[in-house]
Design a protein around this ligand. Structure first.
Ligand code: FMN
Length: 162
């Protein structure tokens, strides 16, 4: 398990191959089971694998901001949830690992957080029921293409008090 966690990497290069509903359900279930402050479980998930919707998002963004992954899992909450960032990040982390366990690649995509505030995206965000929501992040998911670059871990970030 420890080695498994250490071997997870973000993926920014995906095969042109769909992921299945079962795979996505498994990943989201791991997000649903993430810890939440006071067990409020207020973080929600929007699983997008519809290629028309994904194409619209990419066209509006003007660039392939989710690296042409075949699915995007948006983690969001109502704006009055003070634990949104914490709970959503726990869910994102568990989903990152779930994708890894299924042999899939994934990466946190931050941009939707800003797009939801941009009037250009109003129609698509309304269609996705995300208008007015706080978006914590989204996870691009798909089959990995190629190897990630070497990971470099910065030093001197841990203090031990024995
Ligand atoms: C809060 C947060 C936001 C991130 N946003 C993006 C993003 O928008 N696009 C992207 O390619 N990677 C994004 N990442 C992934 C990081 O760049 C990545 O985790 C980091 O480079 C370390 O690489 P690793 O995940 O392979 O260990 C984000 C990660 C976090 C935790």
């Amino acid at each position: 398990m420890i080695n498994f966690i250490k071997s997870r990497r973000s993926c920014r290069n995906y095969q042109d191959k769909p992921v299945t509903k079962e795979q996505l359900n498994e990943i989201v279930e791991c997000g649903l089971m993430a810890p939440s402050g006071m067990n409020t479980q207020e973080v929600k998930f929007c699983v997008i694998s519809n290629s028309d919707v994904l194409n619209t998002l990419e066209e509006l963004a003007g660039r392939p901001f989710f690296y042409k992954a075949p699915a995007l899992i948006v983690v969001y909450s109502d704006p009055d949830n003070r634990y949104a960032a914490h709970d959503g990040s726990c869910a994102m982390s568990q989903m990152y690992l779930a994708a890894h366990a299924l042999g899939l690649g994934s990466v946190w995509i931050n941009q939707l957080k800003d797009f939801v505030l941009d009037p250009k995206f109003d129609d698509i965000m309304t269609q996705l029921n995300l208008k007015g929501k706080t978006i914590v992040g989204s996870l691009a998911v798909g089959y990995i293409n190629g190897e990630p670059k070497e990971r470099i871990i910065k030093e001197n970030r841990v203090t031990y008090v024995d």
